[in-house]
Design a protein around this ligand. Structure first.
Ligand code: ATR
Length: 263
Protein backbone atom coordinates (compact mmCIF):
# COMPACT_ATOMS: atom_id res chain seq x y z
CA UNK A 1 0.00 0.00 0.00
CA UNK A 2 1.52 3.31 -1.05
CA UNK A 3 1.27 6.26 1.29
CA UNK A 4 0.73 9.92 0.41
CA UNK A 5 0.26 12.93 2.67
CA UNK A 6 -0.54 16.59 2.47
CA UNK A 7 1.31 18.53 5.16
CA UNK A 8 0.65 22.07 6.35
CA UNK A 9 -0.50 24.18 9.25
CA UNK A 10 -3.45 24.73 9.44
CA UNK A 11 -4.57 21.65 7.50
CA UNK A 12 -8.10 20.84 8.77
CA UNK A 13 -9.78 22.63 5.85
CA UNK A 14 -7.73 20.86 3.14
CA UNK A 15 -9.82 18.98 0.60
CA UNK A 16 -6.80 17.32 -1.04
CA UNK A 17 -7.54 13.93 0.60
CA UNK A 18 -11.10 13.92 -0.83
CA UNK A 19 -9.78 14.62 -4.30
CA UNK A 20 -6.80 12.24 -4.32
CA UNK A 21 -8.67 9.39 -2.63
CA UNK A 22 -11.44 9.69 -5.21
CA UNK A 23 -8.90 9.40 -8.03
CA UNK A 24 -6.94 6.62 -6.26
CA UNK A 25 -10.15 4.58 -6.03
CA UNK A 26 -11.24 5.44 -9.55
CA UNK A 27 -7.91 4.26 -10.95
CA UNK A 28 -7.77 1.17 -8.72
CA UNK A 29 -4.45 2.16 -7.16
CA UNK A 30 -3.37 0.62 -3.86
CA UNK A 31 -2.68 3.79 -1.91
CA UNK A 32 -3.85 6.04 0.90
CA UNK A 33 -3.76 9.84 1.03
CA UNK A 34 -4.11 11.66 4.35
CA UNK A 35 -3.66 15.13 5.78
CA UNK A 36 -1.24 15.90 8.58
CA UNK A 37 -0.76 19.05 10.61
CA UNK A 38 2.94 19.57 11.24
CA UNK A 39 5.47 22.04 12.60
CA UNK A 40 8.83 22.94 11.02
CA UNK A 41 10.79 20.43 13.05
CA UNK A 42 8.96 17.49 11.44
CA UNK A 43 9.85 18.39 7.85
CA UNK A 44 13.28 16.80 7.82
CA UNK A 45 12.02 13.51 9.16
CA UNK A 46 9.06 13.34 6.77
CA UNK A 47 11.35 13.86 3.80
CA UNK A 48 13.70 11.14 5.04
CA UNK A 49 10.66 8.83 5.09
CA UNK A 50 10.33 9.45 1.36
CA UNK A 51 13.93 8.42 0.93
CA UNK A 52 13.45 5.16 2.84
CA UNK A 53 10.19 4.38 1.06
CA UNK A 54 7.82 4.69 4.03
CA UNK A 55 6.09 7.62 2.33
CA UNK A 56 5.69 7.71 -1.46
CA UNK A 57 4.74 11.33 -1.94
CA UNK A 58 4.02 14.59 -0.16
CA UNK A 59 1.92 17.60 -1.01
CA UNK A 60 3.03 20.75 0.76
CA UNK A 61 0.74 23.58 1.65
CA UNK A 62 0.91 26.86 3.60
CA UNK A 63 3.31 27.79 5.19
CA UNK A 64 5.96 25.23 4.19
CA UNK A 65 6.28 25.50 0.39
CA UNK A 66 9.63 27.24 0.69
CA UNK A 67 10.78 25.68 3.94
CA UNK A 68 10.98 22.17 2.49
CA UNK A 69 13.53 23.22 -0.14
CA UNK A 70 16.79 22.88 1.85
CA UNK A 71 15.84 19.29 2.73
CA UNK A 72 15.45 18.12 -0.88
CA UNK A 73 18.08 16.60 -3.20
CA UNK A 74 16.77 18.17 -6.36
CA UNK A 75 14.24 20.74 -7.63
CA UNK A 76 12.40 20.89 -10.93
CA UNK A 77 13.27 23.96 -12.96
CA UNK A 78 9.90 25.54 -12.13
CA UNK A 79 10.19 24.83 -8.40
CA UNK A 80 13.65 26.36 -8.46
CA UNK A 81 12.59 29.48 -10.33
CA UNK A 82 9.64 30.10 -7.98
CA UNK A 83 11.41 28.81 -4.84
CA UNK A 84 8.18 26.99 -4.10
CA UNK A 85 7.45 23.27 -3.80
CA UNK A 86 4.00 21.72 -3.45
CA UNK A 87 4.74 18.13 -4.56
CA UNK A 88 7.57 15.80 -3.54
CA UNK A 89 8.49 12.37 -4.84
CA UNK A 90 11.44 9.99 -5.07
CA UNK A 91 13.17 9.63 -8.41
CA UNK A 92 16.34 7.57 -8.91
CA UNK A 93 16.77 7.50 -5.12
CA UNK A 94 16.70 11.29 -4.94
CA UNK A 95 13.98 13.41 -3.31
CA UNK A 96 12.64 15.83 -5.90
CA UNK A 97 10.48 18.93 -5.36
CA UNK A 98 8.00 20.02 -8.01
CA UNK A 99 5.64 22.96 -8.26
CA UNK A 100 2.26 22.05 -9.78
CA UNK A 101 0.60 25.28 -8.56
CA UNK A 102 1.95 26.86 -11.74
CA UNK A 103 0.05 24.48 -14.02
CA UNK A 104 -2.86 24.74 -11.58
CA UNK A 105 -3.18 28.44 -12.25
CA UNK A 106 -2.40 28.14 -15.96
CA UNK A 107 -4.99 25.44 -16.62
CA UNK A 108 -7.66 27.18 -14.51
CA UNK A 109 -7.39 30.08 -16.93
CA UNK A 110 -7.27 27.85 -20.03
CA UNK A 111 -10.25 25.82 -18.78
CA UNK A 112 -12.26 29.03 -18.95
CA UNK A 113 -11.03 29.87 -22.46
CA UNK A 114 -9.37 33.07 -21.32
CA UNK A 115 -6.43 34.50 -23.24
CA UNK A 116 -4.15 36.66 -21.08
CA UNK A 117 -1.62 37.52 -23.78
CA UNK A 118 -0.68 41.22 -23.60
CA UNK A 119 -3.00 41.85 -20.63
CA UNK A 120 -2.29 44.02 -17.60
CA UNK A 121 -2.43 42.09 -14.37
CA UNK A 122 -2.81 43.38 -10.82
CA UNK A 123 -2.11 41.01 -7.92
CA UNK A 124 -3.05 41.75 -4.32
CA UNK A 125 -0.96 39.75 -1.85
CA UNK A 126 2.56 38.34 -1.78
CA UNK A 127 2.10 35.04 0.07
CA UNK A 128 3.20 31.51 -0.75
CA UNK A 129 1.23 31.03 -3.97
CA UNK A 130 2.14 34.32 -5.65
CA UNK A 131 5.49 33.27 -7.21
CA UNK A 132 3.67 30.41 -8.95
CA UNK A 133 1.00 32.76 -10.27
CA UNK A 134 3.60 35.21 -11.57
CA UNK A 135 5.52 32.39 -13.26
CA UNK A 136 2.33 31.12 -14.92
CA UNK A 137 1.33 34.64 -16.02
CA UNK A 138 4.75 35.17 -17.61
CA UNK A 139 4.36 31.85 -19.42
CA UNK A 140 1.05 33.13 -20.76
CA UNK A 141 2.85 36.23 -22.05
CA UNK A 142 0.96 38.90 -20.14
CA UNK A 143 2.03 42.45 -20.77
CA UNK A 144 2.83 43.47 -17.19
CA UNK A 145 2.29 42.50 -13.57
CA UNK A 146 1.78 44.93 -10.69
CA UNK A 147 1.77 43.75 -7.09
CA UNK A 148 0.55 45.32 -3.91
CA UNK A 149 0.87 43.79 -0.47
CA UNK A 150 0.01 45.13 2.98
CA UNK A 151 3.61 44.39 4.02
CA UNK A 152 5.36 46.04 1.09
CA UNK A 153 8.76 44.43 1.75
CA UNK A 154 7.30 41.00 0.95
CA UNK A 155 6.18 42.26 -2.45
CA UNK A 156 9.60 43.85 -3.00
CA UNK A 157 11.24 40.49 -2.23
CA UNK A 158 9.42 38.98 -5.21
CA UNK A 159 11.59 41.16 -7.41
CA UNK A 160 14.53 38.92 -6.53
CA UNK A 161 12.78 36.14 -8.43
CA UNK A 162 10.92 38.21 -11.02
CA UNK A 163 12.78 41.35 -12.07
CA UNK A 164 9.99 42.81 -14.15
CA UNK A 165 7.16 42.97 -11.61
CA UNK A 166 6.15 46.42 -10.45
CA UNK A 167 5.42 46.98 -6.76
CA UNK A 168 3.03 49.67 -5.54
CA UNK A 169 1.73 50.71 -2.12
CA UNK A 170 -1.12 48.87 -0.46
CA UNK A 171 -4.13 51.07 -1.20
CA UNK A 172 -3.06 52.11 -4.69
CA UNK A 173 -4.94 50.48 -7.56
CA UNK A 174 -3.52 50.57 -11.10
CA UNK A 175 -5.44 50.06 -14.33
CA UNK A 176 -5.85 46.38 -15.07
CA UNK A 177 -7.48 43.78 -17.30
CA UNK A 178 -7.32 41.17 -14.57
CA UNK A 179 -7.24 41.62 -10.80
CA UNK A 180 -6.23 38.71 -8.56
CA UNK A 181 -6.93 38.36 -4.87
CA UNK A 182 -4.04 36.28 -3.56
CA UNK A 183 -4.49 37.42 0.05
CA UNK A 184 -6.26 35.30 2.62
CA UNK A 185 -8.95 37.98 3.04
CA UNK A 186 -12.29 36.35 2.33
CA UNK A 187 -11.57 32.88 3.73
CA UNK A 188 -13.91 34.04 6.41
CA UNK A 189 -17.20 35.13 4.78
CA UNK A 190 -17.51 38.43 6.58
CA UNK A 191 -14.02 39.64 5.68
CA UNK A 192 -13.69 42.44 3.15
CA UNK A 193 -10.58 43.87 1.55
CA UNK A 194 -10.06 47.37 2.96
CA UNK A 195 -9.42 48.85 -0.48
CA UNK A 196 -11.55 51.05 -2.67
CA UNK A 197 -11.91 48.68 -5.57
CA UNK A 198 -12.66 50.58 -8.77
CA UNK A 199 -16.12 50.23 -10.33
CA UNK A 200 -14.75 48.81 -13.57
CA UNK A 201 -16.61 46.44 -15.87
CA UNK A 202 -15.77 43.78 -18.47
CA UNK A 203 -12.58 42.90 -16.60
CA UNK A 204 -11.61 39.63 -14.93
CA UNK A 205 -11.76 39.19 -11.14
CA UNK A 206 -9.90 36.07 -9.94
CA UNK A 207 -9.83 34.89 -6.34
CA UNK A 208 -7.41 32.19 -5.28
CA UNK A 209 -9.88 31.24 -2.52
CA UNK A 210 -12.41 28.55 -3.44
CA UNK A 211 -14.15 28.12 -0.12
CA UNK A 212 -16.33 30.20 0.27
CA UNK A 213 -17.23 29.93 -3.42
CA UNK A 214 -17.93 33.62 -3.76
CA UNK A 215 -15.88 35.99 -1.61
CA UNK A 216 -16.93 39.61 -1.15
CA UNK A 217 -14.23 40.46 -3.68
CA UNK A 218 -15.86 38.28 -6.35
CA UNK A 219 -19.33 39.53 -5.41
CA UNK A 220 -18.14 43.07 -6.00
CA UNK A 221 -16.66 42.13 -9.37
CA UNK A 222 -19.81 40.36 -10.47
CA UNK A 223 -22.14 43.15 -9.36
CA UNK A 224 -20.25 45.59 -11.57
CA UNK A 225 -20.39 43.41 -14.67
CA UNK A 226 -17.03 41.66 -14.60
CA UNK A 227 -16.17 38.03 -15.27
CA UNK A 228 -15.30 36.23 -12.03
CA UNK A 229 -13.35 33.04 -11.26
CA UNK A 230 -12.64 31.44 -7.91
CA UNK A 231 -9.69 29.18 -7.04
CA UNK A 232 -11.52 25.88 -7.49
CA UNK A 233 -10.06 24.90 -10.87
CA UNK A 234 -6.58 25.98 -9.78
CA UNK A 235 -6.88 23.69 -6.79
CA UNK A 236 -8.15 20.81 -8.93
CA UNK A 237 -5.45 21.20 -11.57
CA UNK A 238 -2.57 21.41 -9.07
CA UNK A 239 -3.86 18.11 -7.66
CA UNK A 240 -4.30 16.69 -11.20
CA UNK A 241 -0.63 17.35 -12.04
CA UNK A 242 0.60 16.04 -8.67
CA UNK A 243 -1.40 12.84 -9.27
CA UNK A 244 0.09 12.54 -12.74
CA UNK A 245 3.63 12.90 -11.37
CA UNK A 246 3.09 10.24 -8.70
CA UNK A 247 0.97 7.69 -10.53
CA UNK A 248 1.86 8.39 -14.15
CA UNK A 249 -1.84 8.63 -15.01
CA UNK A 250 -4.10 11.56 -15.82
CA UNK A 251 -7.06 11.46 -13.45
CA UNK A 252 -10.51 12.35 -14.68
CA UNK A 253 -11.99 15.76 -13.87
CA UNK A 254 -15.69 14.95 -13.97
CA UNK A 255 -18.84 16.27 -12.27
CA UNK A 256 -18.22 14.11 -9.18
CA UNK A 257 -14.79 15.70 -8.78
CA UNK A 258 -16.26 19.18 -9.13
CA UNK A 259 -18.92 18.32 -6.53
CA UNK A 260 -16.36 16.98 -4.06
CA UNK A 261 -15.15 20.51 -3.50
CA UNK A 262 -18.58 22.05 -2.96
CA UNK A 263 -18.49 21.61 0.78
P1 ATR B 1 2.09 33.43 3.88
O1 ATR B 1 2.28 34.93 3.90
O2 ATR B 1 2.52 32.75 5.15
O3 ATR B 1 2.62 32.76 2.65
P2 ATR B 1 -0.48 33.31 2.75
O4 ATR B 1 -1.80 32.84 3.29
O5 ATR B 1 0.04 32.68 1.53
O6 ATR B 1 0.53 33.18 3.92
O7 ATR B 1 -0.53 34.87 2.49
C1 ATR B 1 -1.38 35.70 3.13
C2 ATR B 1 -1.48 36.99 2.31
O8 ATR B 1 -2.66 37.68 2.69
C3 ATR B 1 -0.32 37.95 2.55
O9 ATR B 1 -0.06 38.63 1.36
C4 ATR B 1 -0.90 38.86 3.63
O10 ATR B 1 -0.32 40.12 3.69
P3 ATR B 1 0.97 40.40 4.65
O11 ATR B 1 2.14 39.91 3.88
O12 ATR B 1 0.97 41.87 4.85
O13 ATR B 1 0.72 39.62 5.91
C5 ATR B 1 -2.31 38.99 3.15
N1 ATR B 1 -3.26 39.40 4.20
C6 ATR B 1 -3.78 38.62 5.17
N2 ATR B 1 -4.64 39.32 5.93
C7 ATR B 1 -4.67 40.59 5.43
C8 ATR B 1 -5.37 41.79 5.76
N3 ATR B 1 -6.22 41.83 6.77
N4 ATR B 1 -5.16 42.89 5.00
C9 ATR B 1 -4.28 42.86 3.96
N5 ATR B 1 -3.59 41.75 3.59
C10 ATR B 1 -3.77 40.63 4.30
Amino acid sequence: MKKYLVIGNPIEHSLSPELHNYWIKNNVIKATYEKMKITNVQIKNLISEIKNGKINGLNITVPFKQEVIPHLDHLSDEANKTQSVNTILLKDDKTVGHNTDIEGFEYSVKFNNIDLKNKNIFIMGAGGVVPSIIYALNKMQVSNITISNRTKSKAENLKNLFKKVKVIDWGEIPEFDMIINATSIGLNNQEKINLNLPKVKNKLFYDVIYNPKETNFLKFGKEHGNKVLNGKMMFIYQAFFAFKLWHNKEPEINNDVLKLLDQ
